[in-house]
Structures are given as structure tokens and as C-alpha cells.
Write a protein that binds this ligand. Structure first.
Ligand code: MEV
Length: 403
């Protein structure tokens, strides 16, 4: 594997290993990659930019192709956990698939008699579809367009769900604009008011799935039993299910942030999907031929184009490093990372506990906060971890002793 032992390299060596140009290297290491000027055009009242670490988790073989997961996250262990769990699936890796990029846009009709409004909508179905298609005609060459619409009555209102193929985009702008363009015709035909026109973040038509096998001879019987106990706990207890899913989203959000995607919409979609039949874990596990099979399914409305991705030069480079060419590929990678992080969490929690690995990494942060540089960081961190003393002042004392 190209990235084997990547964690042992220095930052400089790592940058050499990932295939990007010198200019891209500079962008990625330059803390001003997102300029103030650019940031000022993205949101309001800008006073600065904020930085979080960007790492990569190698070892993701998905449907036979090698990917590297770019992950932007402030929490120690998340990247290492994803990389380790992915490595434990090798050489087969993951099997994954993603639906077509279809989003649901919702139009709420008020001030009508609901059954009568639905009847009028059905009578004008052809005209509404024609206008809907017209509103997205300029995007047809990107595979985008309205596919169908479904009206339904909710109390004294009608909601029309439009299914829209959004191509490589996340789709919010595209869907919201199309809905606003169609609304006047629907108001005219029904006599009602199109009171709300907005995309739904519960992207049930745009799900990604992944499975992987963790072999008994690789991870051991104890880990398999621990993961099976963990999933049972999450299925039976909502307090555990929330944390279980948080661990999945640790990985998924990290890839979303690294690739400039809207992680709030990904989060909203994931948790709403988990709650569709009573809040449940987003993964499942079972034993087959003595090995552990893990599976994940969730909506993943992510983009490779659009304002969010384009606004970050680092996100574009991250996408390139990952080897991602389409939003479907990105969704598959995210599903695999989520599954990997979940497997890693369940196997650690059910065996040695997560604090051991976590504190080992945390010790490095403390060592560098104390002023350790280069090799000193690992040396000081090792002493802190061995002595279970995670204290900056103690780390400073160790450093002084070294001098
Ligand atoms: C911590 O960020 C994530 C975990 O709590 C996930 C889990 O409990 O499954 C370790």
C-alpha cells in the first residue's frame, strides 16, 4: 500500500508522498489558505478564519479501488481509528454503492381546501412538470432536472415533494430556485399560497451504503463479540444509539469538512434517517462464517462542485488527494469512513476502552503545549502516557530534565 507507515513520517515527508504540486503543498500548509478577502465574501461580519487539522486516513479499498480519506477534525484518534479499521478489512476492503443524486424539494401550500388542491395539482400535472423541467433546462447537460412530484395532505395543508436530480451539487440552491420558479403556476392553478419552498435535508433518495468483513484471524474473537454486544446495546437503548451514531459521524463529518461540504445538512439527514422508525444505530453487524460483517446505510447529500467546495482551495486539493471524481464516489467513501470509525469505537470500547489510545494521542498535544519540538514531542508524550500524567506543567518539568 502506498501509504503504509504514513503516520511515522514527518509532515514534510508526508507532503512529499501525496501527489500534489508544489503550489498545492504551499496552499495546504499555508495557514492563510482561506484569505480574509475570500472569507469576507463568504459570510457576514468577518473578523478572521479558523483552522482545524487536516489529516488523511489511508487503507480504504472500495469496490477494488484505493482511496485516501481526507479528514478535518479537532478530535484526537478519529483519523487513526479510521485508518486502522480500514486496514483491518484488507486486502478485500469495502463494498459500497450510492444512489443517484436525487434531492427532495418541498413546497407547502396553505389557504386551500387540501383534497381540492391535490385534485387541481393532478389535473395540471403535465403543465407543472413542463415548467419544472423548463426551470432547470440550463442544467440538463449536467444531468440535473426535476424527475417527478408527489403531493400529500398534511392536516389543513398540502405539501408537494419534488424529486430533483442535482448532479454533482449538494442541491440546495438548485432545488430552492426551481421551487420558487414553479410556485406561481401552482398558486394560480390551486388558488392557494406556496407558503414555503425549501429543500429537505432528509435525502432518502440519495443514500450510500457500505459493507466490510473483519476477519476473525485479523481482529480476533474478542473484538467480534465486543462489536456484536455494542450494536445490540445501541439497538436497545437510545442513549447509547446517540453516542454510537456520534462515533459514525466523527468520520463522516471530518470528510465533509475536509472536502468543503455542508456537514450540518449531512448531520441533519443522518439523524432524521436514524429516527425514521424510532431512533436507531446507522450501522449493523452480524457474524458470518466466524467473521464479522459490518454494514452502514444513510443519506449522504454531498457535492464535488458548488459554492461551498469552490470557496476553499484546501477542499479542492483534499478532493484530489482522495481520488474522488464524483459526488457518488465521495458519498461511498464517507459511508466507509463512518463504518470504519464505528467499528473502531465499538472494538475499543468493548475491549481495552477508548481512553488508552485517546490519552496516548492527547499526551502529544500536551507535550507540544509544554514546548516540546520535533522528536521531543514523542519522547515527552511517552513518559506522560506511561505515568498517566496528562499535565502541561509536568510535561514542562520532563522537558527541563531533558535539557
Ligand atoms: C467519541 O468521539 C466517539 C465515541 O463515543 C463513539 C462511541 O461511543 O461509539 C467513542
Amino acid at each position: 500500500m502506498k501509504y503504509s507507515g504514513f503516520y511515522k513520517l514527518s509532515i514534510e515527508e508526508r507532503l512529499k508522498k501525496i501527489e500534489i504540486s508544489d503550489g498545492e503543498k504551499k496552499t495546504i500548509t499555508d495557514s492563510g489558505a482561506l484569505s480574509m478577502e475570500h472569507a469576507d465574501k463568504m459570510i457576514e461580519n468577518v473578523i478572521g478564519t479558523i483552522h482545524i487539522p487536516l489529516g488523511i486516513a489511508p487503507n480504504f479499498i472500495i469496490n477494488g479501488k484505493e482511496y485516501v480519506a481526507p479528514m478535518a477534525v479537532e478530535e484526537a484518534s478519529v483519523v487513526a481509528a479510521a485508518a486502522k479499521a480500514a486496514k483491518q478489512t484488507l486486502p478485500e476492503g469495502f463494498t459500497a454503492d450510492a444512489d443517484s443524486p436525487v434531492m427532495i424539494g418541498q413546497m407547502l401550500l396553505a389557504g386551500i381546501e387540501p383534497a381540492d388542491a391535490v385534485k387541481k395539482i393532478e389535473e395540471n400535472r403535465e403543465g407543472i412538470m413542463a415548467l419544472a423541467k423548463e426551470k432547470m433546462k440550463h442544467l440538463e447537460e449536467y444531468g440535473c432536472g426535476v424527475i417527478e412530484f408527489r403531493p400529500k395532505i398534511i392536516d389543513d395543508m398540502v405539501v408537494i415533494n419534488f424529486h430533483v436530480n442535482v448532479g454533482e451539487a449538494q442541491g440546495a440552491n438548485m432545488v430552492n430556485s426551481a421551487l420558487e420558479g414553479i410556485a406561481p403556476l401552482i398558486e394560480e392553478k390551486t388558488g392557494g399560497t406556496a407558503a414555503m419552498k425549501i429543500i429537505s435535508n432528509l435525502a432518502t433518495e440519495r443514500k450510500a451504503r457500505a459493507t466490510a468483513v473483519w476477519k476473525k484471524e485479523v481482529v480476533g474473537e474478542q473484538v467480534i463479540e465486543a462489536v456484536l454486544r455494542g450494536i445490540k446495546f445501541a439497538k436497545l437503548d437510545i442513549y447509547r444509539a446517540a453516542t454510537h451514531n456520534k462515533g459514525i459521524m466523527n468520520g463522516i463529518d471530518a470528510v465533509a469538512v475536509a472536502t468543503g461540504n455542508d456537514w450540518r445538512s449531512v448531520e441533519a439527514g443522518a439523524h432524521a434517517y436514524a429516527a425514521m422508525n424510532g431512533y436507531k444505530p446507522l450501522t449493523d453487524y452480524y457474524k458470518k462464517d466466524g467473521n464479522l460483517v459490518g454494514a452502514i446505510e444513510l443519506p449522504l447529500a454531498v457535492a464535488t462542485v458548488g459554492p461551498a467546495v469552490n470557496s476553499s482551495p484546501t477542499a479542492k486539493i483534499a478532493m484530489k488527494i482522495a481520488g474522488i471524481k464524483s459526488s457518488g464516489e465521495l458519498a461511498m467513501l464517507m459511508a466507509c469512513v463512518g463504518l470504519a470509525n464505528n467499528f473502531a469505537a465499538l472494538s475499543a470500547l468493548g475491549t481495552v476502552g477508548i481512553q488508552k489510545g485517546h490519552m496516548k494521542l492527547h499526551a502529544r498535544t500536551i507535550a507540544s503545549q509544554a514546548g516540546a519540538k520535533g522528536k521531543q514531542v514523542d519522547e515527552v508524550a511517552k513518559i506522560l502516557a506511561n505515568e498517566k500524567q496528562f499535565d502541561v506543567n509536568y510535561a514542562k518539568k520532563i522537558l527541563e530534565g531533558m535539557k
